[in-house]
Write a protein that binds this ligand. Sequence first.
Ligand code: DGL
Length: 280
Amino acid sequence: MENKLSNQPGPIGIFDSGYGGLTILSKIKEAMPQYDYMYLGDNARAPYGPRSFEIVYDFTLQAVKKLFEMGCHLIILACNTASAKALRTIQINDLPLLDVNRRVLGVIRPTVELIDQLTKSKHVGLVATPGTIKSESYPLEIHKLFPHISVVGESCPMWVSLVENNEINNEGANFFIKKSLDSLRKKDTNIDTIILGCTHYPLLLPIIKQNLPSHINIVTQGELVAESLKDYLYRHPEMDNKCTKGGITRFYTTESVDKFQESAANFLDEKIFASRITLD
Ligand code: DGL
């Protein structure tokens, strides 16, 4: 594959299983509007949350290869499920074979790094997809840095579907959100900070807030990932030089373009023109 990859500078790739990564893209663009971005949503195969490790890894690797072929040198997996289940293997096993100079980064580490500053009680809750919860990536990463913090997680199998199907303003959404949050807080009544460990969940923020007491901090990832990326590019000028700066974002989806353009408008405050691609 290495021969097919161009050495010309290119956009920063942002990948998600569907629309959720747009919440990350919007914060990255706010912090660094000068760069070019290429967003890829695998909407035809979303959600990834209930899928096995093998499948999430295969799908994510296909997306990474495609974004490399389309000119990206740096890719952010703006998806917790892909970051939890595929990132490490891609970094360790695949990148050395694909191109040692390209990079793939995730969203879990930037979220975890600041958690000690956000919690006073040192009791943290996590809401995420079944896949992210099952991977144990959050407790593992948090305990590497902050062994004194206790973490309990709640798998929320319905939440991504509420967002992907544009059902967030319906009564049913409140039912499923309340149910998961109540169940999480029953597991540890000292939780003062809850991580929204899925890039789709910021879209549910108003309903999440309604169902939590005001003393609980809700951690969304967009700003944290944007700051971390900014810092990464500052510390790695060789990568920064490979990222083009024209302020243009291109959107790609594996689903129908019309559906993507319409739904993506719920996430980003701009008119979106997308192209359809296939992954294999
Ligand atoms: N947005 C993705 C995440 O952050 C997952 C959604 C899905 O299940 O595909 O976990």
